[in-house]
Design a protein. Structure first.
Length: 463
């Protein structure tokens, strides 16, 4: 059996079984997930967040493959189901390369498939990832990140307004600002003496924006990485197919993922873990993603990934993918924290989400705070340095040893963020950094060192 080509996928979107959305969701997807959770005996344990039960890891993968083969992908443009056989799914997994080369020249890097308890350092993606960013601050912020040696991949932010006009999805303003942000990030890398630095995107929704920014001089280059998503609850649309087709023709790398919400249509942590595996595999089959991301946010506390049920579901899904696929896996850990930058709670949140995911085989990514909905609330290069610190600590331990440490990290922010629901506001980028030297303030450095010292006392090794 050959790997299903894109043309065949598109054909199935036009010729697959017709199915109304409500029928797909309520009579096909939800009952199947509920059955698979019971069939494979998955049970959420809030005290054991890192998966150590090998049978449960294997069963989660089996359930994810079974879910994708039984339910398929619902195409929003045709209201038809794109169906895959289990043989096709397993062949697509087997045919996926385990490494991806990104960046150019001296900044060329390799993103690898990482195993469970892998001692190799991951490639971290950092920056104001999709964060709202001020027009007059963007160039400075990108250059600050580019000057930080810990930054190996830089993800751009999002302009919500340009020249007094709101940036609406599908508008010419959206296309223009993506071009602006990519050219700024490219210039920032050049000024920092790192012209080949890998840039990640897109921060905008429409195909026109990201396709329009593919330009080898000032925009996305072949060493950069651009996204295409499986929509929540096993859905796809023609926008995603159009983007993927252009990216592969142009030669830019594609990162693809699904978004399974804990507490959404897929149910609790157990169902979300199964669906995350199905959507991660689907993103490879639909879009031929070079790097596959797994993102399982909390439906009640989106988009961050630092709550206890989300950590459990995400780590279980990642463990299943690490053991049973060759995919280079990307995680967003947390993509946006609840707490504001410049606070201890913020860094503990980053550690609480990133530390276990890295142990479970992921290449991490982190953007900012305030759930990504407040302008300029990202900490800057010191955040990136902290993520690399966590990477080092995570590669020096195992799942069996790390769970106790993780529970102690959770105790540092869980009450404030998820029980009292009063995460600290923190400070904006321009309050955490010197905008001339690009260095963090002494105050933020003090927070950073206090948190690292406490994490070391908990048991994390940063040597």
């Amino acid at each position: 059996m050959f790997n299903v080509p894109q043309w065949e996928v598109w054909k199935r979107a036009e010729t697959g079984p017709i199915c109304p959305q409500s029928v797909f969701e309520l009579k096909r997807l939800f009952p199947t997930i509920k059955k698979l959770v019971k069939q494979y005996g998955l049970k959420y344990d809030p005290q054991q967040l890192l998966p150590v039960d090998e049978a449960m890891i294997d069963n989660t993968f089996k359930a994810g493959v079974e879910l994708l083969s039984k339910v398929g992908i619902w195409c929003t443009d045709t209201e038809r189901i794109i169906e895959f056989t289990e043989d096709e799914i397993r062949q697509a997994i087997a045919d996926t390369p385990s490494i991806v080369n990104i960046g150019e020249g001296k900044e060329a890097k390799t993103v690898i498939h990482r195993n469970l308890d892998d001692p190799r350092m991951p490639n971290a993606v950092v920056g104001p990832i999709c964060d709202p960013i001020s027009d007059d601050l963007a160039q400075i912020a990108y250059e600050a990140y580019a000057h930080e040696p810990a930054v190996e991949s830089l993800y751009i932010g999002t302009l919500g307004e340009v020249r007094g006009m709101p940036v609406k999805t599908g508008s010419p303003f959206e296309m223009q600002v993506e071009k602006m942000e990519m050219s700024r990030a490219r210039e920032a890398a050049r000024r920092a003496g790192r012209p080949g630095l890998c840039l990640w995107g897109s921060s905008y929704g429409s195909p026109a924006a990201s396709i329009g920014a593919c330009n080898p001089e000032w925009g996305y280059r072949q060493g950069d990485v651009v996204h295409t998503y499986v929509m929540p609850n096993l859905k796809a649309d023609y926008d995603g197919f159009n983007k993927a087709e252009h990216y592969h023709t142009y030669g830019v790398k594609v990162w693809a993922m699904g978004t399974t919400f804990v507490g959404g249509l897929c149910g609790g942590p157990e169902g979300a873990a199964i669906a995350s595996v199905a959507e991660a595999i689907a993103s490879r089959m639909l879009y031929k993603g070079d790097i596959i991301a797994l993102w399982t946010p909390d439906a009640m506390n989106a988009p961050a990934m630092s709550s206890r049920p989300v950590i459990w579901a995400t780590c279980l899904g990642l463990a299943a993918m690490a053991r049973h696929t060759p995919f280079p896996m990307q995680g967003w850990s947390p993509y946006q924290a609840h707490s504001g930058p410049g606070t201890e709670s913020y860094l503990y949140e980053v550690a609480g989400a990133a530390f276990p995911q890295i142990i479970c085989g992921v290449n991490p990514g982190h953007g900012g705070g305030r759930q990504g909905n407040q302008t300029d609330y990202f900490g800057g290069p010191l955040d990136s340095r902290f993520v690399i610190d966590i990477c080092r600590a995570a590669t020096r331990t195992t799942r069996a040893k790390a769970n106790e440490m993780l529970l102690k990290i959770l105790a540092k922010y869980e009450q404030e963020v998820f029980i009292d629901k009063k995460p600290p506001v923190g400070k904006k980028f321009q309050e955490c950094n010197d905008l001339t030297t690009f260095q963090p303030t002494e105050e933020y450095l003090g927070v950073y060192h206090r948190v690292k010292d406490e994490l070391a006392r908990i048991g994390l090794s940063f040597d």
